[in-house]
Write a protein that binds this ligand. Structure first.
Ligand SMILES: Nc1ncnc2c1ncn2[C@@H]1O[C@H](COP(=O)(O)OP(=O)(O)OP(=O)(O)O)[C@@H](O)[C@H]1O
Ligand SMILES: C=C(C)CCOP(=O)(O)O
Length: 241
């Protein structure tokens, strides 16, 4: 099975509040038509990040304010609903997986994500669709979990054969803007890796590469045009292994 993340900046217009990139989302959903054995994750883009920033909540900064949690989570639910309906329109048997209700962080910040329900969804032919969200954390109230963290937890826990991150960029880029074909260690590319270029409380490309290098399964970072190649098992963007 594969774990695939649709980047928030791909499926939304990241600089326009709560705005979907309809054409992009429809094209990605079309590429996934007929696909099974895939767990999907999506990021926040213009939906979750600005509410998280407004309330000062991040992966490490928590809140005990229920209204803040509801506002961040509500925004992500609205985005998830749109992703589900785009997938549904292509006949994908997509079903939601809500991190706030399912997952939590320990006091040390470790993510706990029970997988039995998701495994059963996959076994029954559903395509689970989860997303970066706000989740509770012991002694901190609630913090953000990024879609990238969920990708790692799903890939490890479900023993994925492959991992894909579909982002706005065609891959991890070097200082000349060229796609780096393969990354085997963080140090070889650290100088090129930066933060996201818009409001993003979870880290941009540096955090992604770091997390993907820790996985057993090979991972790829690619742009929306390459999703078909990725799903066909062909080379797409940057391979991280
Ligand atoms: N060396 C690099 N190569 C490619 N992108 C880079 C690099 N350094 C920084 N970036 C930034 O990382 C961004 C991708 O990370 P970002 O977190 O925005 O993506 P996403 O996963 O699509 O969105 P989201 O986090 O909302 O789900 C790129 O748009 C770019 O601005
Ligand atoms: C900001 C929120 C709610 C989730 C962030 O998830 P990401 O866009 O995958 O980093």
């Amino acid at each position: 099975m594969i774990v695939l993340k649709l980047g928030g900046s791909v499926i939304t217009e990241k600089d326009r509040e709560e705005t979907i990139d309809e054409d992009r989302l429809a094209a990605l959903a079309g590429a996934l038509a007929g696909q099974e054995d895939v767990a999907l994750v999506h990021g926040a883009g213009s939906f979750g990040h600005r509410y998280a920033a407004k309330h000062g909540v991040s992966i490490t900064e928590g809140t005990h304010d229920g209204a803040a949690v509801r506002e961040i989570h509500g925004s992500m639910e609205r985005l998830n609903e749109r992703v589900l309906s785009a997938l549904g329109a292509e006949g994908v048997s997509a079903v939601p997986v809500d991190p706030l209700s399912l997952a939590y962080r320990t006091r040390e910040g470790e993510l706990s994500l029970p997988l039995d329900g998701i495994e059963t969804m996959l076994a029954e032919g559903f395509v689970p669709v989860t997303y970066g969200d706000v989740i509770t954390q012991q002694e901190k109230g609630a913090t953000i979990v990024s879609g990238d963290e969920l990708v790692v937890a799903l890939a490890e826990g479900l023993d994925a054969d492959g991992v894909g991150l579909c982002s706005t960029v065609p891959g991890v880029l070097d200082d000349a803007g060229a796609v780096i074909p393969r990354i085997g260690s963080y140090d070889e590319v650290a100088e090129y890796l930066g933060e996201s270029d818009s409001t993003d409380v979870t880290g941009g490309m540096a955090a992604k590469v770091r997390a993907l290098l820790e996985l057993e399964a090979p991972a790829s970072v690619f742009g929306p045009d390459a999703i078909g190649r990725f799903l066909a098992g062909e080379g797409a963007g940057t391979r991280i292994d």
